[in-house]
Design a protein around this ligand. Sequence first.
Ligand SMILES: Cc1cc2nc3c(=O)[nH]c(=O)nc-3n(C[C@H](O)[C@H](O)[C@H](O)COP(=O)(O)OP(=O)(O)OC[C@H]3O[C@@H](n4cnc5c(N)ncnc54)[C@H](O)[C@@H]3O)c2cc1C
Length: 411
Amino acid sequence: MGLVDADVVVIGAGALGLSTALHCALSGRSVAVLERHAAGSQASGRAAGLFKSVQADELRTNLARRSITRASTFADWADVPLTVTRPGSFLIARTDQHRDFLRRELDQSRRWGVDVREATPAELAERLGYYGPASDYFAVSCPEDIYIEEPASLIQAYLAACQRHGTEIIENEPVIGIPVTAGRVTGVETERRSIAAPVVVDGAGGWVRQVASLAGAQVPLAPVRHQLLITEPTPEVDPAGPIVRVVDAAVYLRPARSGLMVGGFEPDPLPVDPRHEPPSFSTDDVPLDLGVLRQLVSQVAREVPLASTAPVAEHRAGLFTMSPDGRFVTGPVPDLPGLWVASGCNGSGFSSSLAIGEALAAWITTGAAPPGLTALSPARFGPLPEDILVSRGIWQYAHYYDPAAPDQGAS
Ligand SMILES: Cc1cc2nc3c(=O)[nH]c(=O)nc-3n(C[C@H](O)[C@H](O)[C@H](O)COP(=O)(O)OP(=O)(O)OC[C@H]3O[C@@H](n4cnc5c(N)ncnc54)[C@H](O)[C@@H]3O)c2cc1C
């Protein structure tokens, strides 16, 4: 294979890499994407597909809401159809602590422009077919929230749009080298080719640290396992029903394939570091543990018995890339011109890919950081010992629905 040149090379054809590639292409750049396996086959292809307008800070709120808008209007700007389900969601809290927390979230999200309000019992009774709220709950209605039924459909839409706009997608070809000349990244190398490019974006998901280290760079992220299940089809679930998030149980539910999707964030999640796994390690090797999910789901057994009792049609898992403050890690790598990172998904990279890719591409192509984006810099933590990195990532994972403010730090 000969030398191929591009303005931008993206490593990793997951949601974050593909969105960045697409938005660079839409800005007229020549783009190549290199993917180790098949596009979307790792974390992105396993996502629950949920979009959440209520977020812990204003920046994430803006990114989440921008993503909802961009997903809902995908055909208008990317010229490729994308089906989005728009049932809205309910956030439900059943402990004093979580009721207070949710009231605060309601107030701050409203201030940040989100359409949220306290849900009435009548509304819940009408909409929550599969979930029977017990007494002493506080519930918030989030009508903006959407989901994409099958995560592969967003990947296919990104791929089709990328190809339509001239992006080259090279699958089953891992990047094995990132040459640096005179302190600058100059492209990428695979076993079959070298691609010279002034901009290289590391969007390698759970492998983001290995890829960055090819250029001698470090990225502060800890991959952590996340699992969900989908029950067999059941008439108890109305396919038009809403998303439900029970914040004290850290459990989410939504209709899926005529059954119910159930996932959640256990307090003691499993860190998985691909750097310490065999080179062939992929998401298929992330261990599944139904017991962990069953334990989580037992917390809502009274409200939604079928989540615990219905036969399981699919059980899947993948890796989140957790950052110490729960925010994305995206932007230029300091002191290494040419290398950029699109990562730190913290469990929201599928949905937020639309806005993150758009913002990152604007930064790459104009040289100016979009408002607020420098707060997501890969450099913001300084050097962190591995055990602190992992323990903070675990804390953020366990507090997905009740996170600390970013500057309060987590231990
Ligand atoms: C079960 C589950 C449910 C989830 N639910 C949601 C949800 O509802 N909403 C939401 O927003 N997010 C959700 N997420 C999180 C979401 O899936 C991730 O945030 C998102 O997919 C991250 O995208 P990515 O592009 O960073 O990673 P990936 O999709 O993993 O893509 C990275 C790609 O890089 C490739 N790669 C690695 N090394 C190399 C190399 N050397 N050369 C070339 N390519 C390489 C990999 O093969 C991979 O395809 C969920 C995740 C899981 C596991």
